[in-house]
Design a protein around this ligand. Structure first.
Ligand code: ZN
Length: 294
């Protein structure tokens, strides 16, 4: 089933529901970064969360970044999504693994530990919007739900899941985003709470072969949710030689000179897609000319 996000709403426009299938996107991320299962599950949840949240961006040039800084073995994670639900991300460390937790699931909370979630929204304004909350569980979905409650004051429930097979391959990944508009009645809230409490795991529904559309229609039929549209989700990095050159120039001449001391020039690797960029001594010298700082 191709990766996508399906948007739906009830007829009165009081509840927004997004359902995502991100299996190929998370698998591509795992292969690019050669990730072990637990860090892959953690980053896969964050990437899926970023893809879902990107559907709330209004302009085609808007983008959002989810950053987790934490004291667990993963060290931290970044996920970036643009308004087209193209995502990219990386974990600071992904060469470790942990035993399954008491519920037989990947110990994402153990990999993350304590820390902070930062949400940066680049909305084309002079300064990006930044919201930060302390992690409440490190399980990612609960932390994003908590972010909405505390920073955006929009009642939102995020459900995220990544299922990884015995050979380490991502078998299923996806999520749900359920958001209430302001001033909805108590009875609708109770109805939604009952639906959410009765939901099987997202990856279990995907593994049954249910599409995001079918998940919405079968589970949220009680509130008459109707499908609005569908958009593809992809893993896409926007790195380029020009971008890497700009990064090098921004280091300043002194730092560049130190980096270029070896005979082979400089090799940079993109954190998001692992692509390598080579800079010869000659090209570093040309960049040093361009660098304004001493
Ligand atoms: Zn890249």
């Amino acid at each position: 089933m191709p990766d996508r996000i399906v948007r739906a709403m009830d007829p009165e426009g009081r509840v927004r529901i997004l359902a995502a299938c991100t299996t190929d996107t998370v698998e591509r991320c795992r292969l690019l970064h050669k990730m072990n299962p637990t860090p892959c599950a953690a980053l896969g949840r964050l990437l899926t969360g970023a893809a879902l949240m990107s559907c709330t961006l209004k302009n085609p040039t808007d983008a959002l970044t989810l950053q987790i800084r934490c004291d667990g073995p993963i060290g931290g994670m970044i996920a970036v999504a643009d308004a087209e639900a193209a995502v990219r991300g990386y974990a600071y460390r992904s060469d470790f693994d942990l035993p399954l937790n008491g519920r037989g699931k990947f110990d994402v909370a153990g990999a993350v530990g304590k820390g902070t979630l930062h949400v940066l929204k680049d909305l084309g304004l002079k300064e990006p919007y930044i919201g930060s909350v302390d992690l409440i569980s490190g399980e990612i979905a609960e932390d994003l739900t908590w972010y909405y409650a505390s920073s955006e004051q929009t009642p939102t429930v995020m459900i995220l899941g990544v299922l990884i097979g015995p050979e380490g391959r991502v078998l299923q990944a996806g999520g749900l985003f359920i958001q209430l508009m302001p001033q909805v009645g108590e009875s609708l809230v109770e109805q939604l709470e009952a639906i959410i409490a009765g939901l099987p795991a997202m990856t279990a529904m995907l593994a049954q072969g249910l599409s995001p559309e079918e998940i919405i229609l079968s589970r949220f039929g009680g509130i008459h949710a109707g499908i609005l549209d569908t958009r593809p989700v992809t893993y896409r990095c926007n790195c380029s030689l020009e971008r890497m050159e700009r990064n090098l120039v921004s280091l300043g001449r002194k730092e560049l000179a130190e980096l270029a001391e070896g005979p082979a020039g400089i090799e940079l690797q993109c954190h998001f897609c692992s692509r390598k960029y080579q800079f010869s001594i000659q090209s570093v010298k040309a960049l040093m000319e361009a660098a304004k700082q001493p």
